[in-house]
Write a protein that binds this ligand. Structure first.
Ligand code: MG
Length: 279
């Protein structure tokens, strides 16, 4: 019996070019997955509002994972059996792994009394502020502001203050991660836990088949996902080194950057699996 194949992929710097955000170079491999009916599960720090236009451009109808594993969206028809821990959402379902953004907004409002002008965050910055801080186009900033589970914070004070501020948020239950520009304030979730949950959903639909999953990513926030899958494809970045990984087996590092490395790695993975899937 052939294996059940799944691909979980990061977006920025992996499926999407780090500079141009184009997925053009990956299209031959995206098409190869589609021809074989292999789900391509997008898994990003991006919001649902940011991921959905991309799914439309790619013609993708598979489940997707938002805000660094905060939630898994299951569009209608993507799974045959809806897991019991999901709730209906739009025309599909969602499994949430983190509390709503509102919880962190309340916490930040409370911390304003102590830290005042030393920080600002997306909700306060609005579209104009986010455009100014990130260089995003206004439409893209609008989508980035439609967040459900996490809040980017711009720290404007000194390092010692930032430590105390982050500690206060942690005490309140938040996970605080330093990104390139922003502190990300969110619940305790990661892409790896979301991958494992969704893989189990697929496995339950077809318990007799082996699941062969491939995780693809380029950054530290992909490490948990890359460690969780049977196969890992680590994409070379033009701006930083490979993320740290414990695993060595079934792990491939791309020569090319972004979507070109993505395409070659996925096609090689398919080639490598073909002898098995014909068993
Ligand atoms: Mg990335």
């Amino acid at each position: 019996m052939s294996a059940l194949l799944l691909v979980f992929s990061d977006l920025d710097g992996s499926l999407l070019d780090h500079h141009s955000y184009s997925f053009q170079a990956a299209l031959p491999a995206v098409e190869a997955l589609r021809e074989r009916g292999i789900p391509l599960i997008l898994c990003s720090s991006k919001t649902r509002a940011e991921i959905e236009p991309l799914r439309r451009q790619l013609g993708n109808r598979d489940p997707f994972i938002v805000e660094n594993g905060a939630a898994v969206f299951l569009p209608a028809g993507s799974l045959q059996r809806i897991p019991p821990d999901c709730r209906p959402e739009g025309d599909g379902w969602v499994r949430e792994f983190a509390p709503p953004r509102q919880r962190w907004l309340l916490e930040l409002a409370r911390l304003k009394a102590e830290y005042g002008a030393q920080f600002t965050h997306f909700e306060v910055m609005g579209v104009e502020g986010v455009v100014a801080a990130t260089g995003l186009q206004p439409e893209a900033a609008t989508r980035a502001l439609q967040r459900d589970y996490s809040e980017p914070v711009l720290w404007q004070g000194d390092d010692a203050g930032r430590e105390a501020f982050a500690a206060a948020l942690s005490t309140a239950g938040a996970t605080v991660l330093q990104g390139g520009r922003f502190l990300s304030v969110a619940g305790d979730c990661d892409k790896g836990a979301a991958l494992r949950w969704l893989r189990n959903c697929y496995q339950r639909e077809d318990p007799a088949r082996d699941v062969h999953d491939l995780a693809i990513g380029d950054s530290a926030n992909d490490s948990a996902m890359l460690e969780s899958a049977r196969h890992a494809l680590v994409i070379r970045s033009p701006v930083h080194g490979f993320p740290p990984l414990q695993r060595q087996e079934n792990t491939r590092y791309s020569e090319e950057f972004g979507p070109a490395g993505w395409a070659r790695g996925v096609l090689e993975w398919l080639q490598h699996l073909d002898p098995y899937s014909q068993e």
